[in-house]
Write a protein that binds this ligand. Structure first.
Ligand SMILES: Nc1ncnc2c1ncn2[C@@H]1O[C@H](COP(=O)(O)OP(=O)(O)OP(=O)(O)O)[C@@H](O)[C@H]1O
Length: 498
């Protein structure tokens, strides 16, 4: 029997190049996508993945190279042209319109109209409802966007990409803000559309996802092409080596039981509709992981401890001192820092420079007699850029010019620059590549070795198991149980959380 012919080529890109202000971001971008396939585009932070996909999508123009869609040479000058060629994208940065409903966000500019004029809301909500139900996302199409959590906002963005019934779906880190259960739901939807002949380009730093959903891959490094092939022919270690360009050391933490008095102590903290009666302690040198499904109240809890929101009941003590409620500036002064999940909303000033973002919160410590000591500021920024391997042209460039993963590293650098004694981390490695993840783990290890205390919220169970000494499981806003790391497994965590 002769082998079946390869599926139709949906996208072929070769030798794609792009410079920003004379600095090359992409030198030799390549991509091949076939009908019915999920193709993983892999590479470290700043490798050029988003740049290549933004060129394919018409969001950026290329400087050189060729691109074909369905065998026809293309050079899209806008996303509308790409959409007309049946290509849609879920970008890394979410851009919801908060004042509108979910349905309006999904069908913006394509709303069903009566007599071609007035928006037909009944049909709009019905269409959006049917789509969300098909995808099993469990979101009300009539809900106002501003009411949704970050995870739900990301699901709406995903639904929007599916609503175009495209032949090519580009997913640039689609799961960075959603939980394991929603990831499964997304994968089911991906399998459905590929079974019908669509092709998906999938970008994620979570390699377990890549191996679970994709069949073929391309690796980019430093803007250049490294390797492409079938995932069935390689293992995870090989892929990591190609992405990072070197063998990675294992940096697992040494788990320890802590007996010292608590550094951070939370007593009966509650906030209506979010979480209730949470009491927990973290000792110096300890990492407490928090695990929970979407909607379990884990991020809301961290925000409240830090002071972004005010509790209805309970108290927080740091080093025995009561933290005043709802005052993050005071919390920082007392030694607390928060690494946020949503870097755009609460983490960074995108239009300011990397240097300003890193030194902003540390300015009081860098100021003598009302004058900022610039040489100390420069030294601080340089050491953070080096420790975290932030990939940039110059520290004076705007944060918006950094790749997504490098922006996340700036968030971390900014927190560490305030010299905290206790770090609250909400998805600290979101969007960070495998090499940088190890660096973040090593940083947390060094931080705790010096007596710092850490609380980590992560939706990646393997990450929590690697980092934590104990894991608190949140379920529907309650602390369900705290388990010692020796007794915890991935299955056990999921079981206790659901
Ligand atoms: N608008 C811009 N201005 C200046 N430089 C840019 C701009 N967009 C991207 N770059 C640079 O291009 C390089 C590639 O970035 P890109 O976003 O494509 O990386 P990536 O592989 O998607 O990374 P990540 O996994 O971190 O999202 C980076 O060094 C980045 O700083």
């Amino acid at each position: 029997m002769s082998p079946s012919p390869p599926a139709a080529l949906l996208v072929q890109a070769q030798g794609i190049a792009k410079c920003f202000n004379g600095v090359p971001a992409l030198r030799d971008g390549r991509l091949t996508l076939r009908a019915g396939s999920v193709h993983a585009l892999c590479g470290g932070n700043g490798a050029g993945k988003s740049t290549l996909l933004n060129i394919l999508m018409g969001l950026l123009r290329r400087d050189a190279g060729t691109m074909q869609v369905n065998g026809v040479a293309v050079d899209f000058s806008s996303p509308a042209e790409a959409l007309a060629a049946k290509i849609s994208i879920i970008t890394q940065e979410l851009s919801p319109i908060p004042g509108m409903t979910v349905a309006e966000n999904i069908f913006l500019g394509r709303e069903p109209r009566r007599a071609g004029v007035v928006i037909d809301y009944a049909r709009l909500f019905a269409q959006a409802g049917a789509l969300l139900q098909r995808l099993r996302f469990g979101i009300d199409p009539r809900a106002p966007m501003h009411r949704l959590s970050l995870a739900q906002t990301q699901l709406v963005e995903i639904a929007k990409a599916f609503s175009h019934a495209s032949r090519v779906l580009i997913m640039d880190e689609p799961t960075s803000a959603i939980g394991e259960q929603e990831v499964e739901t997304l994968f089911r939807a991906i399998r459905e559309v590929t079974a019908q002949g669509a092709g998906v380009v999938y970008v994620s730093h979570r390699l377990s996802e890549v191996f679970a959903i994709a069949d073929s891959y391309t690796v980019l490094r430093d803007g250049g092409f490294v390797e492409a092939g079938r995932l069935a022919d390689i293992d995870r270690r090989h892929l990591v080596r190609q992405i990072v360009g070197r063998e990675l050391q294992n940096t697992a933490r040494e788990h320890r039981a802590r007996t010292a008095p608590a550094l951070l102590s939370v007593q009966g903290l509650g906030r209506a509709g979010e979480f209730d009666a949470i009491s927990l302690q973290v000792a110096p040198g300890e990492v407490l992981g928090i695990y929970g499904l979407m909607g379990s109240g884990r991020s809301e809890f961290l925000h409240c401890v830090y002071g972004i929101t005010t509790p209805d009941s309970g108290s927080v003590r740091l080093g025995g001192q009561l933290l005043p409620v709802g005052q993050p500036h005071q919390a920082i002064r007392q030694g607390l820092a928060l690494v946020t999940e949503d870097r755009k909303a609460t983490g960074l000033v995108l239009t300011s420079s990397v240097a300003d973002n890193v030194s902003l919160a540390a300015l009081p410590a860098l100021t003598r007699a009302g004058v900022v000591q610039r040489s100390r500021e420069r030294a601080l920024v340089a050491s953070m850029v080096e420790r975290l391997r932030i990939r940039l042209a110059t520290p004076r460039m705007a944060v918006s010019g950094l790749s997504g993963g490098n922006q996340q590293k700036v968030v971390l650098a900014r927190c560490l620059a305030t010299r905290p004694v206790c770090l609250l981390c909400d998805e600290p490695t979101r969007g960070i590549d495998e090499g940088a993840k190890r660096e973040v783990y090593a940083l947390l290890e060094a931080f705790t070795a010096q007596g710092g205390a850490v609380i980590v919220v992560s939706s990646e169970a393997p990450e929590l198991l690697a980092l934590s000494d104990r894991i608190a499981i949140f379920r529907k806003g309650r602390l369900a149980q705290t388990v010692a790391i020796a007794d915890a497994t991935q299955e056990e965590l999921l079981h206790l959380a659901s």
